[in-house]
Design a protein around this ligand. Structure first.
Ligand SMILES: *[C@@H]1O[C@H](CO)[C@@H](O)[C@H](O)[C@H]1NC(C)=O
Ligand SMILES: *[C@@H]1O[C@H](CO)[C@@H](O)[C@H](O)[C@H]1NC(C)=O
Length: 374
């Protein structure tokens, strides 16, 4: 459930000396760094260019929630009247195949101007194939170094994570925090819901790390609980909301509690949890380069990272972490670069998928993008 929650942008500029920007302050950061005004001025300059071009940008976004970018498109088009964010959400593993096909066709076959995906292994390859534009968006220089190509061909657009998502119908003492808690008898027979690891590499990586940390016996005992497997990392949210299941650890919630939600997010204290930087780029063959630049600069701007993406961490070192937490690269029980490295080794990924299929059975069900949620 990647909500893009909204808060009004408080424009009271405070002074943060430039030298402090990269020193990762641990206490509260002054509300808004002074250079945010410069980011806004640059966005307005890019906006003028975008309008001259027609204001349209086409984006292929990785995700598994139908219409999952509607809020994002609305925010962009409201801030920049006359623009159109034509964004298609699909599983990254389907988007990247289509992009490869369109790139191979040549000519003007390539549809997207911009993509942001979880298939992070594609970006160095596309760069070496000469498919990407060299462009450093507004957020680039404040982005945590390992999350970006130093030459600016690709960069993090946002942070995704999977933690415990727990029904608020469970008394606090029963809410699972660590992997071992999922083995309790009260979670037998479908109370646990999870996304098939062999359908989504981000879930696969999480399971491999959980097995490494907690042992194969934990994994076998987990499966003996008869958890419910579904397609889509957002799907568990719906089953928890309607009371079918009560707990999941393969889905994102919101680090900022959302009033009225029937599920709450709990970050484990010692159990490994999955987090990664969704990675984005503009294609060299982009048909709408000016609006593409406006879009990625807006997406990585301080304002959007701090005030729109309030349910997660930011890749920007100057955006304060969620309340009570550290920056994601300072959190001990996640590995913000581990997934990127894992994704490079396709032979290992295929081996691990086969392992999961052996224990769990084949992936069944429609693509999560084709499900109707109520
Ligand atoms: C919007 O994106 C889709 C690709 O998902 C593309 O087929 C369509 O032509 C785009 N719309 C416009 C107006 O360019
Ligand atoms: C709960 O939601 C899921 C996903 O939308 C749906 O498939 C299931 O039938 C629902 N169950 C109940 C009891 O409403």
């Amino acid at each position: 459930m990647v909500h893009f929650s909204f808060a009004l942008f408080a424009a009271t500029a405070a002074i943060l000396p430039f030298a402090l920007v990269h020193s990762l302050p641990s206490g509260p950061v002054p509300s808004v760094p002074s250079y945010v005004k410069l980011e806004e001025a640059e966005l307005q300059r890019l906006y003028k260019d975008a309008l001259k071009e027609g204001g349209l940008v086409t984006v292929f976004a990785g995700g598994d929630l139908p219409n999952g970018a509607a809020d994002l498109a609305k925010a962009f088009e409201t801030k920049f009247p006359g623009t159109k964010l034509n964004i298609t959400v699909d599983l990254s593993k389907y988007h990247d195949e289509l992009i490869d096909k369109q790139l191979a066709m040549g000519g003007d076959a390539l549809e997207p101007d911009v993509t942001h995906l979880q298939t992070v292994q594609d970006f160095p390859r596309w760069k070496s194939e000469g498919a990407l534009m060299q462009y450093k968006p507004i957020g680039f220089k404040y982005t945590y170094n390992p999350y970006k190509d130093p030459e600016g061909y690709y960069w993090a657009t946002n942070i995704y994570y999977f933690t415990n998502l727990v029904s608020t119908s469970l008394p606090e003492a029963q809410r699972p925090i660590e992997a071992v808690d999922y083995l309790k008898p009260e979670f037998k027979d479908g109370k646990i819901i999870y996304a098939y690891p062999h359908d989504d590499d981000a879930v696969l990586y999480q399971f491999m790390r959980l097995i490494k940390q907690n042992g194969q016996d934990w994994f076998k005992a987990y499966l003996a609980q008869k958890p419910l497997a579904v397609r889509g990392t957002t799907t568990p949210v719906y089953y928890i909301n309607n009371g079918t299941s009560t707990v999941s650890f393969t889905t994102a919630g919101s680090l900022k509690p959302i009033p009225g939600e029937k599920a709450t997010t709990i970050v484990p204290k010692t159990t490994f949890f999955q987090s990664w930087a969704q990675t984005g780029a503009i294609f060299k063959k982009a048909k709408h380069p000016a609006t593409a630049k406006l879009y990625v600069s807006w997406l990585t701007s301080y304002d959007v990272q701090k005030n729109l993406m309030t349910d997660t961490w930011s890749q920007r070192v100057d955006v304060p972490p969620p309340a009570g937490m550290k920056h994601i690269w300072q959190v001990k029980n996640t590995d913000p670069l581990g997934f990127r490295d894992y994704m490079m080794d396709r032979a290992q990924v295929e081996k691990d998928k086969a392992f999961m299929e052996k224990f769990i059975g084949p992936v069944v069900g429609a693509s999560p993008l084709d499900l109707e949620y109520s």
